[in-house]
Design a protein around this ligand. Structure first.
Ligand code: ATR
Length: 285
């Protein structure tokens, strides 16, 4: 019998996922025998695909767009941070056969900021742009770091209001046209606008240029070999400190790896190699 343990990431679409590359690199580094695949589940068959994976001896799944909320509904038990997020990106089977759902996205963002970028959230003013699953998924771990204030700004203000109720003493909400003019230390784009340049142009043209300050860190949860539209807008207005979400991707994967294998990979060489291979790919086009 093979001693390889099977893992996979499930999404729709899934071709561009870097998770197999990241997890195989972790496994190589730690000497684990891991087979990590990409699975594109048909939209109406997410749950049976997960079920079959675990019934066939699969050890763990990562879940990506658009299935994170469905994975939450499908799991039997949750970690506290998954419960808070209402979304799951990591699944495994407990020793009693129950499916456990976790959400490692928030820890991924916080670890990228603190460990890779030397940015401490404690006592800082933070602007989160967006109030969908991506922002909801990271809010708990950000709050746990003790920021001074979090402003959640979203096109649909009601969704920002609903999220801000999580900690009304700490969070305020606004529409995109009404972002407070005070200086933020960290501005996070948690919207999906970077996927589409024309959508991004429309949103960015409505944001106040007063958001840009020399010492503020601008973070896009999306990543791309070139600057994302959001980071490109920030840079064009003089922002110095712009960061995409590749580090968050690697750190959320490391946290999932820890949950599955009880070992922590060294993420720095994996992130550096991934960045280099993405840039190489970009320059060959
Ligand atoms: P996810 O779960 O990946 O976060 P989502 O729940 O659809 O996806 O949320 C996407 C986020 O991007 C939301 O904050 C959304 O704003 P709304 O809540 O108003 O829909 C934001 N978003 C998407 N397209 C946008 C656009 N064209 N302009 C402004 N915000 C947009």
């Amino acid at each position: 019998m093979s001693s390889f343990q099977r893992f996979a990431v499930i999404g729709h679409p899934i071709e561009h996922s870097l998770s197999p590359q990241i997890h195989q690199a972790f496994a190589e580094q730690l000497g684990d025998q891991v087979l990590y695949e990409k699975v594109c589940a048909p939209l109406d068959e997410f749950e049976p695909v997960c079920e079959a994976f675990f019934n066939q001896g699969g050890k763990g799944l990562n879940i990506t767009v658009p299935f994170k909320e469905r994975a939450f509904d499908w799991a039997d038990l949750y970690t506290d941070r998954a419960k808070l997020a209402g979304a799951v990106n990591t699944l495994w089977k407990s020793s009693t056969g129950q499916i456990v759902g976790d959400n490692t996205d928030g820890v991924g963002l916080v670890t990228d900021l603190s460990k890779n970028l030397g940015f401490s959230i404690e006592n800082k003013r933070i602007l989160m742009i967006g109030a969908g699953g991506a922002v909801k998924g990271v809010l708990g771990p950000i709050i746990a770091q003790g920021p001074k204030q979090i402003c959640i700004s979203n096109r649909t203000e009601d969704k920002a209001q609903a999220l801000s109720k999580l900690r009304p003493d700490l969070c305020i909400a606004s529409s995109l046209s009404d972002i407070p003019s005070e200086r933020f230390d960290l501005v996070v784009n948690g919207t999906s606008i970077s996927l589409d340049q024309s959508v991004a142009d429309k949103l960015l043209s409505g944001l106040p240029s007063s958001l840009i300050h020399h010492h503020t860190c601008y973070y896009d949860m999306m990543y791309s070999p070139k600057l994302t539209p959001f980071l490109s807008w920030c840079s064009s207005l003089g922002a110095q400190n712009v960061v995409d979400g590749l580090g968050m991707l690697v750190e959320q994967a490391a946290e999932a790896y820890f949950q599955w294998h009880d070992k922590r990979p060294d993420t720095a060489p994996v992130l550096a190699n991934l960045r280099a291979s993405l840039q190489e790919l970009e320059s060959s086009h």
